[in-house]
Structures are given as structure tokens and as C-alpha cells.
Design a binder for this molecule. Sequence first.
Ligand SMILES: Nc1ncnc2c1ncn2[C@@H]1O[C@H](COP(=O)(O)OP(=O)(O)O)[C@@H](O)[C@H]1O
Ligand SMILES: [Mg+2]
Length: 366
Amino acid sequence: MIRLEGVTKIYKGDVKGVEDLTFRCREGETLALIGTSGCGKTTTLRMVNRLVDLTRGKICVDGKDIYDYSVVKLRRSMGYVIQYIGLLPHLTVARNISVVPELEGWPKARINDRVESLLYMVGLDPEVYSDRYPVELSGGQQQRVGIARALAADPPILLMDEPFGALDPITRQQLQDEFLTLKGRIKKTIVFVTHDILEAVTLADRMAVMNEGRLVQIGTPADIIEKPANQFVSDLLRTHYFQLSLSLVKMEDMMIRNVVTLVEEEGGDLKKRCTSIFRTRRVGSLPVVDRNSCYRGLVTRTSLRDPETPVIYDYPALKTTDTVVIALDCLKRNPSLEIFPVVSSEGRLKGLVSRKAIREHFTENI
Ligand SMILES: Nc1ncnc2c1ncn2[C@@H]1O[C@H](COP(=O)(O)OP(=O)(O)O)[C@@H](O)[C@H]1O
Ligand SMILES: [Mg+2]
């Protein structure tokens, strides 16, 4: 989706912004650019939407060089959220959000609908907030409007520069939480900048670690925590070593073990047997196994109503040896699922773990 090849930026006076950056952000993924202040994160983001010109190298979006797009078209395909919000002070919340749709010539009614649904989406009641001015909002509320504005014309890409950086810790946590929920729903390609390793681990599918203008390591949070590429990455992690070590807790340490299961081959009508278990055992979901206890699929109260078969055979499972960071990746990929079966390396069902337990492990310990 977004590809950087040998990208270098030298500012006036021979100041190095970034040097020889090569990496990709895949379609639909959330990539965090992480590194200490001055390492070139903002420069990288601003080159993608051409707010900063490249000195050398190439950036492609959807396989096409960004300099082969008109700058207007390029920027309209990317929502941009910055740390200090950047709302226009003389415009109301609704007008701030409408800027791009207005430029695109949307009819008034469609814009109004869009503003209303976006405000709901970011947790602000349109009745209350549409007509307010930015100064009449708290920092967290302004940041929510900033996100709504970036999403207004439904661009496929979202660029965010320390979107939660200026907020107090509680509001920050709240917005991070909502961001995770939102990201599952909107399915965008997102590049966000942060200097906060815990934020990167919690929110990103992959992280690109930068130091002094260069890319040091790119991978999933679990890859990076488990195999830091060099001393710089280890040091970056070490400041939060205790919290991050908690993110290496394994599913076998947190799953529920005494799970009611259904053995698929044991005669009788599958649906009737499921219904009867749901009624008598008061379970919320029912893993199905074969005679060797190997995991086959899951029955939920909803899938029970499926006319074909009550079993969801491709329902994703976690492994007993998966860490909380890996589980978090699985939550990000499956935003609508609340419960996950846990299986051994041989595929035997060992337990169940809930989204809530994984999230609480994170929010309480990290
Ligand atoms: N407009 C500019 N003119 C000159 N130097 C700049 C400019 N913007 C950034 N730099 C320099 O480029 C380097 C990278 O900056 P930046 O991309 O803002 O880092 P980060 O966002 O990671 O903190 C820094 O040394 C910074 O001083
Ligand atoms: Mg910056």
C-alpha cells in the first residue's frame, strides 16, 4: 500500500532528517513508527503526504510514485492527524469536520449525515458538540474531533503523528482503547508515530523502530520484544522491561482450563446436543473437539441458529505458548470475537481465554 525505497531527506544546512529508509506498510495494517525524539518519524510521515519533499529515493502508494499523483488527490487519499490537533479555531466542530467533504463538493445533506455519524463514532454526542468551537472543548475532545476530521471523506489511509501525545494519561488510555475498537471497524491502512513503546505495542500490528534517521528493526510487537535486533532496540525496551515482560505471559498461564466441550463424533443430532448443553451448563460458547481432544471449531449462541451447522469450523484459536502480545495481535485481527479457544502444539483443546481477560491483563499491568 505504502512503500518507501531508499528514502533520504536532507534539510537545509545539511541537516539529516532520514537516511536510506526502505520499508512497507501493508494494506489494512497499523504500522507504528517508533524512536526517540529527532530520529525522523515526523519527517517520514510528512514525506508520505508530500508536506516535505524527498531528497533521494522513492515513495509509492498503491504501486504508484507519489509524485505521479496530483498533490490534492494524494492528500485526499490520506487523513492526517497531528499532536496539537490543528483544528481551525474560527470554525465549529461540524464545520471543521466538513472541510474536506465540502472541498469534494458533497451535497449538504450527505455532509451533515457524515458529521453526525463520525461524531458518534469518536464518542461525542452531535447534539451537544456540533456547534461548539474548538476552545470550548477539552484536549481529549479536540483530539477526537481531529480524528473525525481525518476520517471525514473516508480516505483509505490514515497518517497520525503522536495523536495521543498531548493528552493526560487517563484520557490517553481511553482514546487508545477506543482507537483499537475503531480500527477494527474502519479497516484503514494506518501509519502512526509515537515515542511511547507501550503505545506502539498496544496499538500497532507492526512497529518500525528508527534511530538517527535510519530504520533499525521492523516486525510485530512480539517479534521485536522477543528478538530485539540490536542494543539500541534492547535499550528502548529496557525502560519498560517490567511491563513488557508481563506482555510475555503465556496463554496457558491465563486461560480457563475446565471447559465444557462437545465431542463431534459422539452420535446424535449435533444441533440438539449443543442446544441441550447451552441450556443445562450455562456456557456462553462451546468448543467442539474430536475423539483425541483435537480442536475442531466453536459453537456460539449465535451460530446455534445457523440452519447449516452450528459449528464455526474456521473459528481462530490461540496456542498455549502464545504470549499476551501475540494474543493482542489476534484480537486486532478479529475485532468482533469475544472468546478464543486455546490449543496445544498438537492441536488439542486446552482451555478458553476471553478478549476481556487479555485486554485487562494489558490495561492493568501495562
Ligand atoms: N523543517 C526542518 N528544517 C531543518 N531541520 C529539520 C526540519 N524538520 C526536522 N528537522 C530535523 O530533522 C531531524 C528529524 O526530525 P523529526 O522528523 O521532526 O523527528 P521526530 O519526529 O522523530 O522527533 C531532526 O534532527 C530535526 O531537527
Ligand atoms: Mg515528531
